[in-house]
Design a binder for this molecule. Structure first.
Ligand code: TXA
Ligand code: MG
Length: 330
């Protein structure tokens, strides 16, 4: 059951960081900015806090969480790094990359946070506020995106508030985030595997590794019944309004999520128009994606029509999130 908590909102700064560390230390739930999206943090070693976190988000407990730490040394107390993992950590940490690795024998992360897997997802975020909180708190912090499960990820404190007010203890407001899509997740298995496209583009990772990333198996239970990417549910990141992809013209009553010059047939009858990036810049489009989806969702249009977006660079992560947003919800 969700208790009706009083959710405090503090502007980022010393007082907020101290309050965040204190709240985490006593098993509370704190939303804070990372460079990708806002995260909902709990002490990774505190099983009860993690139970509350799953409840607050309405998240299924089979979907494990990412442990956030301050640096590589802290990550190595949790996870066993092979050569691939070390190369990737060196190249991209701090930053929007999550590595899935075998747990260390004395891994302090609660089993509940890893959904009983023998692997753990770990990342060192780059956002200064996230880093201050991790340094002051001292331990690992599990942090899924700070939205209700299945909903669009939050890129501002106001998004967090609209999903989670009354369900969590504290929101640290550090302004809008930079990257706008979640971290890229790489499974550092015998052959490194792209489990989720995200803020670090695939080609940057492949350049460091000198090889192509594997695709996860089609059957999500392929690895002896252990899901490799358990969180990749088909419908996710979803606004309430239906989403129509690859729109080349607009139907009456539809809202438009544009990319590049938007001269579509029917645009004059649009319920609303927002442009991810008029100059076709995929970095700018990623930053705007979730906020614009939330804003268009408020227009109560018949559908949100989305113009085609190229699949290179950050486009792979953008198109992944849009495909999930377009899966009809049950
Ligand atoms: O950018 C991000 O990664 C954000 C910010 C807050 O850091 N966090 C985030 O967390 O996106 P979340 O919970 O929304 O997504 C975590 C993903 C899920 O798809 C989950 O299934 C996957 O990581 N995951 C966690 N542990 C895993 C494991 N041991 N093996 C495979 N996938 C794992
Ligand atoms: Mg999420």
């Amino acid at each position: 059951m969700i208790v009706d908590l009083k959710t405090e909102i503090l502007p980022a700064g010393q007082a907020a960081v101290a309050a965040a560390a204190r709240t985490l230390g006593s098993g509370g739930l704190v939303a804070f900015p990372t460079e990708t999206v806002y995260g909902l943090g709990a002490d990774a070693a505190h099983a009860e806090a993690i139970t509350r976190l799953y409840q607050a988000k309405g998240r299924p407990a089979f979907n494990p969480l990412i442990s956030h730490v301050g640096d590589l040394a802290a990550a190595q107390r949790i996870a066993q790094f092979n050569a691939t993992a070390l190369a990737l950590a060196e190249a991209f940490w701090p930053g929007p990359l999550t590595l899935v690795l075998p747990k260390t024998p004395r891994c302090p992360v609660a089993d509940l946070a890893t959904a009983g897997l023998d692997t753990v997802a770990v990342r060192v975020p780059a956002h200064p506020v996230a880093r201050d909180i991790l340094r002051t708190f001292g331990g690992a912090v599990v942090a899924p995106s700070a939205n209700l499960s299945g909903h669009v990820s939050p890129t501002t404190a106001a998004h967090v508030q609209s999903d989670l007010a009354g369900r969590i203890d504290l929101i640290v407001d550090g302004g809008p985030v930079q990257v706008g899509v979640e971290s890229t997740i790489v499974g550092c298995f015998d052959a490194p595997m792209l489990l989720r496209p995200g803020g670090v583009p695939r080609d940057a990772i492949e350049r460091v590794l000198g090889r192509a990333l594997m695709k996860p198996p089609e059957d999500p239970e392929a690895d002896n019944g252990q899901p490799l990417a358990p969180g990749m549910l088909a419908s996710h990141y979803a606004p309430r309004t239906p989403v129509r992809l690859n729109a080349v013209s607009l139907e009456p009553g539809e809202a438009l999520l544009a990319f590049g010059p938007a001269a579509l047939a029917g645009i004059n009858g649009a319920a609303a128009v927002m442009n991810l990036s008029e100059r076709r810049d995929l970095t700018e489009a990623a930053t705007n994606l979730f906020g614009y989806l939330r804003a268009l969702d408020e227009k109560r249009a018949d559908a949100i029509a989305v113009m085609p977006i190229p699949d290179d660079g950050l486009g792979e992560a953008i198109n992944d999130r849009l495909r999930r947003a377009a899966v009809p919800q049950t």
